[in-house]
Design a protein around this ligand. Structure first.
Ligand SMILES: C[S@@+](CC[C@H](N)C(=O)[O-])C[C@H]1O[C@@H](n2cnc3c(N)ncnc32)[C@H](O)[C@@H]1O
Length: 298
């Protein structure tokens, strides 16, 4: 059965989804403004070659694709090429996906892009182009302290999370929902304040995923649930829909479910889908992209 016969209705209550496929194929099938929050953690410098397809999609009742709610879209492939995974081509890979991310956000929505120190600056330039500099909210530094230490430079122990809003001023940022952290010097602020803790800043100290324990899935690039909780706390509310289109082990889905949000997760890697099946259980519906439609696997 394809999506034309069985349209995926994103407004339905039971609409947690995990989709296997290239996000370049999946994102055009999702409706405008469907997500309050998008978090992505794209891969970088895998050392291999990538295929890049650039598609332009427009609403068209006679189109070749069926999106959510049964809407029809026509897609035209404007370019296809294979390229080495370098900085210049990384921008070419990510740019069209960031444009889709912007389209998919609600007016009050926020995009969090998780990067490492090697590519953060190139992506900042790209995001400024797609969202506009006014919509740049924060550069969050996630600092950790684990693993080997370089001897010939400062050991690199942080990731960068760039935060952009769809519309500055209209964006949701609910400070009251953020879990407070202990003061570094509680003796300086008095017992009442010390007991309450302080709001975290844009520098987040948080351990990496512990090598043993409930959270560990074995997926190589898995991010800690605590970092995702902090992303979701101010920028989404219970019932809101969250998207992660480089989902990996499904950390965003696990945290979204625990916090009462709904989610759509996309990954092209079958191993990621297997990990998510185990981690997320029966709650989401699993689909894959076949041809130009989202279908049940099999
Ligand atoms: C860095 S990992 C994400 C890890 C994730 N944040 C977690 O906590 O597990 C990046 C993921 O993007 C996926 N990916 C890469 N290119 C993709 C594409 N074009 N479409 C969909 N998924 C893609 C990879 O398979 C990989 O699982």
């Amino acid at each position: 059965m394809d999506a034309e016969e069985d349209p995926i209705d994103l407004s339905s209550e039971a609409a947690d989804l995990v989709v296997q496929g290239d996000n370049a194929d999946v994102l055009p099938l999702l409706p405008d403004g469907a997500f309050q929050l998008i978090y992505i953690d794209p891969p970088f410098n895998t050392g291999g070659r990538r295929d890049r397809r650039t598609l332009r999609t427009t609403r068209d009742p006679d189109g070749d694709r069926t999106g959510f709610g049964g809407a029809r879209y026509a897609s035209v492939e404007t370019a296809r090429r294979s390229y080495p995974d370098s900085i210049a081509d990384y921008a070419g890979f990510l740019g069209p996906r960031l444009e889709q991310a912007r389209r998919l956000l609600t007016r009050s929505g926020t995009l969090y892009v998780h990067l490492d120190w090697r590519e953060a600056h190139y992506c900042k330039v790209l995001l400024d182009e797609v969202f506009g500099r006014d919509c740049f909210l924060n550069e969050v530094i996630w600092a950790y302290d684990f693993g080997g230490r370089a001897r010939d430079r400062w050991p690199a122990k942080h990731d960068t999370i760039l935060v952009y809003v769809r519309e500055r001023g209209a964006h949701l940022f609910d400070q009251d929902r953020i879990a407070r952290v202990p003061y570094l010097a509680p003796g300086l602020v008095g017992p009442e304040k010390a007991a309450r803790g302080k709001l975290p800043t844009d520098v987040w100290w948080h351990t990496i995923v512990p090598t043993t324990g409930r959270e560990k899935t074995g997926y190589p690039t898995q991010k800690p649930e605590g970092v995702l909780r902090r992303v979701l706390e101010p920028s989404s509310r219970p019932g809101d829909r969250v998207l992660d289109f480089f989902a990996g082990s499904g950390t965003t889905g696990a945290v979204a479910a625990a916090m009462g949000r709904r989610y759509v997760l996309v990954d092209e890697n079958p191993q990621a889908i297997e990990v998510m099946r185990t981690r997320l259980g029966d709650r989401p519906r699993f689909l894959e992209v076949r041809g130009a439609a989202l279908v049940e696997p099999g």
